[in-house]
Design a protein around this ligand. Structure first.
Ligand SMILES: [Zn+2]
Ligand SMILES: [Zn+2]
Length: 128
């Protein structure tokens, strides 16, 4: 059982928010098609009882790495949250992700919602 990283409330089997990193690549079969997100790896590193606490922690994390939240979409070109330059999202890059999940965080919780808080170009945040 994990506790909220912000307030220490125990997280049960209900809804919680998770912050994690993913290494992603966005793929378009054709200009009209919906993008596919290819995920090389992902790791969750913090868990929260409510959206408020997750958002506060997200802001603190971004401040630490000198980035600003972009709440980015899945587009061929997105803005790097660190350097503010546009980059090609079809190349592997790191993404700060906020998940809303249900169930125990230890045994594969069910994903309810996912937000891409910030995308980082490989110059600012290397993938390896
Ligand atoms: Zn909390
Ligand atoms: Zn950058």
């Amino acid at each position: 059982m994990e506790d909220c990283y912000k307030c220490g409330v125990p997280l049960g089997m209900g809804i919680h928010w998770t912050i994690g990193n993913e290494i992603q690549r966005c793929i378009w079969e054709s200009p009209e098609s919906m993008p596919e997100v290819d995920i090389q790896s992902g790791e969750s590193f913090a868990y929260y009882c409510c959206e408020q606490h997750a958002m506060e922690a997200t802001e603190e994390y971004l401040l630490q790495v000198g980035a600003t939240a972009q709440w980015s979409d899945v587009r061929p070109i997105e803005t790097c949250a660190c350097c503010g330059r546009d980059f090609d999202t079809t190349k592997w890059h790191k993404v700060l992700v906020l998940y809303q999940e249900r169930g125990s965080i230890l045994i594969n919780p069910e994903m309810i919602h996912i937000d891409y808080v910030a995308r980082f170009c490989a110059d600012c945040v290397p993938c390896s």
